[in-house]
Write a protein that binds this ligand. Sequence first.
Ligand SMILES: [Zn+2]
Length: 434
Amino acid sequence: MTKLFWSIAVAVLSLAAAFGQSGTTPTATVIRAGTLIDGKSDQPRHNQVILIRGNHIESVSDAAKAKIPDDATVIDLSQATVLPGLIDSHTHIFLQGEDPAHGGYDANILTAPLALRAARATVAARRALEQGFTTLRDVETEGAGYGDVGIKQAIEAGYIPGPRLFVSTRAISTTGGYMLEGYAPELDMPKGAQIVDGPVEARKAAREQLDHGADWIKVYMTHRSWVGKNGELVSQPTLTVDELRAIVDETHGWGRKVACHAYGGIGLHRALDGGCDSIEHGLDLDAAAVAQMLKQGTWYVPTLSAYYYDWGPVDTPAGQRDRLRAAVHEPSFKKALKAGVKIVFGTDMGGIPWTDPIAQEFSRMVQFGMSPMDAMQSATSRAATMLDMEGKIGVIAPGAFADIVAVNGDPLHDIKELEKVQFVMKDGRVFRAK
Ligand SMILES: [Zn+2]
């Protein structure tokens, strides 16, 4: 990509920012795409012209046949690979990869004022957008209450830049099922999730969260994990099937979905029996779980990369557990992939510092046998379907929002190119061009 091209692209920034603001037909913007990976098709197309009006894509056509409106602003990406804006379906903008050496998770909840956490969340949102992630499903605020609803409102009102957010507010777990823990029992410590016991409390928590703006409900179906007697990964189950069913029933009644954190064993099977829409992490999927996920159409958001961070020392129980988690995750992912489970891209960013590349997850998925095109679809059209946004995001096609990114190289050849997104448009506005 030449310097000249990018300076032209930068020059259109102000023009791009201006459209859609008068009552008349919005100004047209045209993107010339050297290679187009549209998010849905299995093959790339070459020399395409994308016509954008306002915040929508109006048409996509072969350059040879395209009619370019006289008043159109042209963005030349003819030397680049153009893709839909990417979707990360498992993030925590209210976490910043808290360093255990500096007090980790607990210090964040106990010492950071909410305004500080909100300020950091705005930076996390901007970093996601800078890296080409134009949509996030943010799966709980970790003790920051309904802060995600506020950040989403700030983005939608244009106060701060950021991706489209699907938020899940406080999340739900049971007594003994979430941090903070390990303090004197006499102390009433704050919890990173809303704690419920019994179906009545479970349903009430879901109602409260939905009432206050949750797009998804997040439930922790497992909590602690350790190495068992036979060297297997054991995970502590949390909610009962009855408790989970109350949440799922309530949430589905509102036309929304339930994301369930579940590693394996009893908690994972309760998650599936209770009707979770997506399984988060799914470190230890047995054959029965894979079969049930296929039968029920359950989404799988594996978040592979996060389990390669912050391993404890090798000679400690926690260190052994950390290594085992990663070791069972790989075959679980491969089993699910082979069986045809609907795998969606998610990272657990926030657990991972936002300074690290979000797109590193693509490399893990490809390393474990997913094709680069499949991996890209897991972060575009497939994620859009999970989010009930099929045809609106995750695809470059007429009628979709103009969420468009570009990289210089060919991600089908080297998936790491997605860690070097050079151009980002969200809602028809150029956010990044360099
Ligand atoms: Zn998470």
